[in-house]
Design a binder for this molecule. Structure first.
Ligand code: AMP
Length: 311
C-alpha cells in the first residue's frame, strides 16, 4: 500500500477516535451520557485522574478497555485532598495536551472535566458531606497528609455518582488509596468493581508521576534508588526475613546512603488495616512503602509482597 494511503488511513483512524471522545463538564450531562451508554447495554469504566497525564495514566486507560466497552476518564484537581501547605495551586494543569494524549491513544469515550462548582456545589469550604474510611488512613501517607484520604474518598464517591461506572480503575502506585477505596466500596455496598493496575515505571524503574518533572537532573538520576531499595527488601522478605524492623531499616538506609532524598517514611504494613507489622507471619500479605522528598518534590512508591508459607 502506498505510504500516503497508509498515512491517510492512520489519520482517519485517529480522527475517528478523537471524534468519538466527548468532553463533558457538568454532572447532569455526565449522568445523562452514562445513562444512555448503560441503556445501550455498555459496560462502563471510569479512570479518575487529576490530569497532567503521563504514560502511567494511559496504562490505566488501556487496562480499563479490557474490562469495559465504554471508558470515561475524569480530569479534576480535587482541592479537598490537598493540605493547606501542599501544592494545590502549583499542581500542573494541562487540559489541552491531556485531551490530545487521550485522543491519540484512543479508546476513550468521554472525558469528564468538571468545574469546581459541579463537584462542590456549596463551595469547598462549605462542604459538609464527607465519606471517611476509619483506621486505614493512620499510617503511610495518611499519617503525614491529614484529611487527604477523606478528600479522596469523598471525590471518588462523587465521581462514581456522576459517571455511574461498573468498573473503577486505579493505580497501585497509590497503594494506600487503592486499599482504602476498596474498603469504601465494600462497606458502602457500592456496585462498582475496582481494578488495581500495576505501577507503570520509566526504563530505570522510577514510578511515573506528574511530579517527576519537578526533579532536578541530579535528583532525577538518584530517584530510581527508591524502587531498587524496595525490590531489595522484597527479596529479604521472600528469603525469610521475619523482623519488620530490619526491613524498615534496610529500606531507609539504602535510600538515604545512595541519594540526597530525605525519607519521610519507610514502612511495612498489613494490607487489610494498613498497620505497621512487627513480626512477619508465614504467608502474610504485606505492603512495603516509602515516601521520599527530593527538595520539595515528594515521591512515593511501594511493592506488595507475600511472605513464605513456612518461616
Ligand atoms: P493522579 O492523577 O496522580 O491522581 O492519578 C490518577 C490515577 O493514576 C491514580 O489511580 C493513580 O494511582 C494512577 N497512577 C499515577 N501514576 C501511576 C503509575 N506510575 N502507574 C500506574 N498508575 C498510576
Amino acid at each position: 500500500m502506498p505510504n500516503t494511503l497508509k498515512r491517510n488511513q492512520k489519520q482517519e483512524t485517529r480522527n475517528e477516535k478523537q471524534q468519538r471522545m466527548t468532553t463533558i463538564s457538568t454532572v447532569k450531562e455526565m449522568q445523562q451520557a452514562a445513562r444512555v451508554a448503560r441503556g445501550e447495554g455498555k459496560r462502563l469504566a471510569l479512570v479518575p485522574t487529576m490530569g497532567a497525564l503521563h504514560d502511567g495514566h494511559l496504562s490505566l486507560v488501556q487496562e480499563a478497555r479490557k474490562h469495559a466497552n465504554h471508558v470515561t476518564v475524569s480530569i479534576y484537581v480535587n482541592p479537598t485532598q490537598f493540605g493547606p501547605s501542599e501544592d494545590f495551586e502549583e499542581y500542573p494543569r494541562e487540559i489541552e495536551s491531556d485531551l490530545k494524549k487521550l485522543g491519540e491513544i484512543g479508546g476513550v469515550d468521554a472525558v469528564f472535566a468538571p468545574l469546581a462548582k459541579e463537584m462542590y456545589p456549596h463551595g469547598q469550604k462549605n462542604n459538609v458531606t464527607w465519606v471517611t474510611v476509619d483506621q486505614l488512613d493512620q499510617e503511610l501517607c495518611g499519617r503525614y497528609r491529614e484529611g487527604h484520604f477523606r478528600g479522596v474518598t469523598t471525590v471518588v464517591s462523587k465521581l462514581f455518582h456522576a459517571c455511574m461506572p461498573h468498573v473503577g480503575v486505579f493505580g497501585l502506585k497509590d497503594a494506600q488509596q487503592f486499599l482504602i477505596l476498596r474498603r469504601m466500596v465494600q462497606d458502602l455496598c457500592m456496585e462498582v468493581e475496582l481494578v488495581g493496575v500495576p505501577t507503570y515505571r520509566e526504563k530505570d524503574g522510577l514510578a511515573a508521576s506528574s511530579r517527576n518533572v519537578y526533579l532536578s537532573d541530579t535528583h532525577r538520576h538518584q530517584a530510581p534508588i527508591i524502587y531498587k531499595a524496595l525490590q531489595y527488601v522484597r527479596t529479604l522478605i521472600v528469603q525469610g526475613e521475619t523482623d519488620a524492623d530490619v526491613i524498615r531499616h534496610q529500606l531507609n538506609t539504602m535510600i538515604s546512603l545512595n541519594s540526597e532524598g530525605v525519607v519521610q517514611y519507610a514502612q511495612v504494613v498489613d494490607v487489610d488495616f494498613i498497620q505497621p507489622v512487627t513480626q512477619i507471619e508465614p504467608g502474610q500479605e504485606l505492603l512495603v512503602a516509602a515516601a521520599v522528598y527530593f527538595e520539595n518534590t515528594r515521591l512515593i512508591d511501594n511493592v506488595f509482597v507475600q511472605s513464605p508459607d513456612t518461616l
